[in-house]
Design a binder for this molecule. Sequence first.
Ligand code: FES
Length: 95
Amino acid sequence: MIASIHFEDDQKTIKVPINQSLIQICDEYPNSILFSCRNGVCGTCLIEVMSGMENLSPVMEEERILLDILAPENPHIRLACQCVVKDDVCIRVAS
Ligand code: FES
């Protein structure tokens, strides 16, 4: 199966096989999302999921802890380095 990912900042849509990590996808298709630790620790890769939150892998405990610190009031925020794409999503860099 194929998923469509729309990068709002870049106005770019790509199609990728499902169950790929977003970090792998971003390495293959450069875009505005920046990474540093690539391990869910630094918060550099914060993204806002405009649509398709249900199509990303669930938030695990360690990601939840960091999200609660960095964006406690926003349920649409994820760490891009912790997401696996399951179906269509639209994302942008969280500011
Ligand atoms: S790159 Fe550090 S949390 Fe994602």
